[in-house]
Design a protein around this ligand. Structure first.
Ligand code: PMV
Length: 357
């Protein structure tokens, strides 16, 4: 099934050095992926908004070498602590990208969002790196179609971090085999194009509640779904929610959108609270924000909605037309719940892009 991703062209050894440079954004899941099988196969399909301002820029310099090696630089500093994760990633994708075993690589990355803000840089970082690696493949095989380039980039990104598979595509991307989306796959993400125009510039303001290290990593959280008492129901519910959400996205039905998105966020955390061992990633300020948002929304008849990632930060989703109501509310009422008063204004974006040298 995965053979088509194994690079098999006769031209396998690069003779020239080169540089590739990509920018790739983070994403926020609307229907959450939580639980996986071997080889990064998701237990349920998921759907996310691709963000714009929270992104990683990665420059990959490569040159032929008898002994392969790599270095990782983050914000212009050599970052040895990132190298084990990248090593695992490269080892995992080597079977699909054998040309990497004849190269010396220098990976230089810059994140637009503050380091340890609690916003995972793995989705943006690994998708940017996967795209750079596909540039090497294209240098070897210029016949590569654009569609295959993106599909394989998403396939490779998935092997680094599941949610990274979705960051390649603009606006809305789904990942995981489901009857809800045509051409969906467990191996890579695909773009969902049929959505209502209101979502093209939907706002996401990320309230940075807790910037510390998470008590339980996503890797462990996914594993805990293996023997979770509610796993089966959860995976079925995710598929059902996807079908309802798809319809709401097509129609621009914000009431249904809000209900599904909030239910998904709370269900994600409910899974954490009911696994064995159980754990909590929300903080008191996470709950305080949610309650303030619900009261403000009701009072002002707005569409402001919350979602959560695997952490304490709160993502506020709302249509652009509500910016003038929501931003003063965040500044006056919600920023006090954020560490150092910090929040990041982002919105749905156009996905990854090549940076011209
Ligand atoms: O991609 P991972 O392994 O870090 O898992 C991400 C899981 C969530 O962010 C909680 C949900 C999602 O679908 O992005």
């Amino acid at each position: 099934m995965t053979d088509k991703y194994i690079y098999q062209e006769p031209n396998i050894q690069l003779t020239n050095k080169g540089v590739s440079h990509w920018q790739s954004p983070s994403n926020i899941a609307l229907v959450k992926y939580w639980g996986k099988y071997n080889n990064q196969i998701p237990a349920n399909a998921s759907l996310s908004f691709t963000l714009n301002n929270c992104h990683t820029q990665t420059k990959l310099s490569y040159e032929p070498a008898a002994i392969p090696s790599f270095e990782v630089w983050v914000n212009a500093k050599r970052e040895l602590s990132f190298e084990p994760k990248i090593k695992t990633f490269i080892e995992r994708i080597l079977v699909y990208c054998p040309y990497l075993s004849n190269l010396r690589l220098k990976i230089e990355t810059y994140n637009s969002f503050p380091h340890s803000s609690g916003i995972a840089s793995s989705a943006s970082g690994l998708s940017a790196l996967a795209l750079c690696i596909m540039d090497i493949e294209q240098a070897l095989n210029p016949q590569l179609s654009e569609a295959f380039f993106k599909e394989k980039a998403s396939f490779l990104a998935r092997l680094g971090s599941g949610s990274a598979a979705r960051s390649i595509f603009p606006y809305l991307a789904s990942w995981g085999a489901t009857d809800v989306f045509e051409n969906s796959s467990d191996l890579y993400a695909t773009e969902f194009k049929q959505f209502h125009t209101i979502f093209r510039d939907y706002q996401d303001t990320v309230l940075l509640v807790d910037r510390g290290q998470k008590v339980v990593s996503s890797t462990v959280g996914h594993q805990l779904m293996n023997d979770h008492p509610f796993a089966k129901q959860r995976f079925e519910q995710a598929d059902y929610n996807l079908s309802i959400l798809k319809d709401a996205l097509i129609k621009g039905d914000l009431k249904t959108f809000n209900e599904i998105v909030e239910s998904e966020a709370l269900t994600l955390h409910a899974m954490m609270m009911t696994s064995a061992p159980y754990f909590l990633l929300m903080k008191p300020n996470t709950l305080a924000i949610i309650e303030e948002v619900w009261a403000f929304r009701k009072e002002n008849n707005l569409n402001l909605t919350i979602t959560l990632d695997a952490g304490a930060n709160v993502h506020l989703l709302y249509p652009k037309s509500e910016v003038n109501d929501v931003l003063p509310f965040i500044k006056d009422k919600l920023s006090r719940y954020c560490e150092k008063g910090l929040y990041i204004c982002d919105q749905v974006g156009t996905g990854s892009q090549r940076i011209n040298q």
